[in-house]
Design a protein around this ligand. Structure first.
Ligand code: ZN
Ligand code: CA
Ligand code: ZN
Length: 597
């Protein structure tokens, strides 16, 4: 089932592959320096180290085979053209076609949604620890023990997931372990409710894709700015009448199509391109992921091109051995609604309650966050470039006969402030190249989304303003996607930190920032640390306090400009939470991790 077509296309067609690796926390520019690769856990020379290896082509069977010959385990796929591997001793012998080798930084492992849960250093939150796929239960326990957090294992959890109730400092410390891949909010229902069922993850030719990946590849748009997809039922479960199975799955497709510019139509041939072929199959069924009988894995779905090649791209496989029902457990519609999200190119959400959260619940509709994610890829329903509020009339024919653009569509986002105390902001930028008219959509990773105002003042300059962007406390990734009239799109991400406590009522702006050292994770030689930085608060800062995970605490000198001295460090990892208080008792915090050699 591994396909070599991607590499082949590179040779014969000169296909340019995107270079960026999109994580939820940041976009890695493959090929450029990114600093140390996260080996800060004091691994011995024989310990396994997880690395990201990016190829200059889609990793094919030859690439995957060459890893196994070297004793290296591929633990996940990571678009674009990258895999995550477990390398014994961190040794990665050279191999052809490798563009870049790097690693997940500790900060890449903390979901942007986690900051919302903490106001006080002692506050805890229920969090799922995703371990890399090769990490055994025993190794997971060792990591939990090292940070003194109990790993809870409700039966519904995937074997590489554990549930912890932890402080921000404990999460920062867990993120330093090489075995840990990602930390994201736990759905409280996982603790009490056996109804949730794990999604096995999303298949690509090179493997399952991790929760830390930010999937940005949807199907390309057709000439009318919609993505037209086919569907075909190649086999259905005999447990439910065939027409009911089909209507439930089609109802799931329709729920997505209702909110975004997707059009699903039945096709007559399973191998048609741009088609979701739906199969109920048992056990081994011709791809590298055999089903496991009743329970366990319910389904898996293959991402669109270019992550997968035709004709497996978009296909939805459901385990025929499950006790399928329409409207009861196991509910075909709920599972198909989630899997259809994968078929159109959506990854797993970190937000409990979303259909795209990695544990299936019984769902009747999409969440705002699910809808926003789909609209980032496909725009609003029945809207295309022609619906954008441009100052001159759009091409009235809409015939799709627009000549090809001589220059690629390009977007420049204006670098606004990296942090703000305003909960509603605007982002501006400019567009060039491509084929006018343009439309621009935006979406945050916290469910706020909308359409930007596009203004063409002259042939050379098109600017846009995305306003009314609602931020939540902590980091907000704002994905701005521009579409042109020739089905091309381009996206940029701006990250803005809202510095405010998450209390009720209007945002209360307090901010704190360490400036020396400025890094959130850094090595230290001595037994004591001094940190300085700034704090801001509309009501005036009254004090800045610090606390270490080991229990030491104190008050920093100064307020707007503060210095915390004589912070005692243990050998190894030390997490320090710094907190600024305003005169009205509002606060904000930031955490640092110092590794004492
Ligand atoms: Zn899933
Ligand atoms: Ca199963
Ligand atoms: Zn399959």
């Amino acid at each position: 089932m591994y396909r070599r077509a991607g590499a082949f296309a590179l040779l014969i067609g000169g296909v340019v592959f995107a270079q960026d690796i999109h994580l939820k926390t940041r976009t890695l520019q493959g090929g450029s320096a990114t600093g140390p690769t996260g080996d800060t856990t004091g691994d011995t020379d024989t310990a396994t180290v997880h690395k990201i290896v990016q190829f200059d082509h889609a990793a094919g069977a030859d690439d995957l085979d060459s890893f196994s010959r070297d004793g290296i385990t591929v633990v996940a796929a990571l678009p674009d053209n990258a895999v995550v591997v477990a390398a014994p001793g961190g040794q990665l012998p050279p191999r052809p076609g490798v563009r870049w080798i790097g690693g997940l930084q500790p900060s890449d492992k903390l979901s942007p949604l986690l900051g919302l849960a903490f106001q006080q250093p002692e506050d805890t939150a229920a969090v799922i620890v995703e371990f890399h796929a090769d990490v055994t239960a025993g190794q997971q326990e060792t990591v939990g023990g090292a940070e003194q957090v109990a790993l809870l294992r409700p039966a519904v959890l995937r074997s590489n997931h554990a549930l912890v109730q932890a402080t921000a400092a404990q999460l920062a410390a867990l993120a330093l372990h090489d075995e840990v891949a990602y930390l994201f909010p736990a759905d409280p229902a996982l603790l009490t409710d056996a109804e949730a069922i794990a999604c096995a993850g999303i298949a690509s030719n090179a493997g399952i894709i991790g929760q830390y990946a930010n999937i940005v590849h949807g199907w390309s748009l057709d000439a009318d700015n919609a993505a037209h997809l086919g569907y075909f039922f190649s086999s259905v479960t005999p447990k439910v009448p065939a027409l009911t199975v089909q209507s439930e799955v089609v109802r799931a497709f329709s729920e997505w199509a209702k909110h975004t510019n997707l059009i699903f139509q039945p096709v007559a041939i399973a191998s048609s391109p741009r088609t979701v072929t739906v199969k109920f199959v048992s056990g081994a069924h011709g791809d590298p992921w055999p089903f496991d009988g009743p329970g366990g894995t319910l389904a898996h779905t293959f991402y669109p091109v270019p992550i997968n090649t035709e004709t497996i791209a978009g296909d939805m496989h459901l385990d025929a051995d499950e006790n399928w029902h329409a409207g009861g457990d196991i509910d075909i519609y709920s599972v198909a609604l989630h899997e259809a999200g994968h078929a159109i190119g959506l990854g797993h959400s970190d937000k409990p309650g979303d259909v795209m959260y990695p544990y299936y619940r019984s769902h009747s509709a999409l969440s705002a966050n699910d809808i926003g994610a789909a609209q980032t890829l496909y725009g609003l329903p029945d809207s295309g470039a022609s619906a954008a509020p441009v100052t001159k009339p759009a091409n009235p024919t809409g015939s799709g006969a627009t000549p090809p653009a001589p220059v690629a569509l390009r977007m420049v986002l204006d670098p606004g402030p990296a942090s703000t105390t305003l909960s509603g902001i605007s982002v501006t930028g400019t567009l060039s190249g491509g084929t006018a008219p343009y439309s621009v959509q935006w979406q945050t990773d916290h469910g706020s989304s909308g359409k930007a105002l596009v203004q063409t003042s002259s042939q050379a300059a098109t600017s846009f303003t995305a306003s009314g962007i609602t931020l939540v406390n902590g980091a907000n990734a704002i994905t701005v996607t521009a579409f042109d009239a020739a089905q091309k799109s381009t996206s940029e991400v701006a990250t803005v930190v809202l510095q405010a406590p998450s209390g009720a009522g209007p945002a209360l702006p307090v901010g704190i920032k360490a400036t020396n050292p400025a890094a959130s994770v850094f090595p230290v030689n001595g037994a004591f640390l001094t940190v300085s930085g700034t704090a801001t608060g509309v009501a005036g800062i009254s004090r800045v306090t610090w606390q270490t995970a080991a229990g030491a605490s104190g008050v920093a000198a100064g307020t707007d400009h503060w210095q915390a001295s004589q912070i005692p460090l243990l050998t190894g990892t030390n997490t320090i939470v710094l907190k600024a208080w305003d005169t009205k008792g509002n606060s904000a915090w930031t955490a640092l991790v110092a590794t004492r050699r």
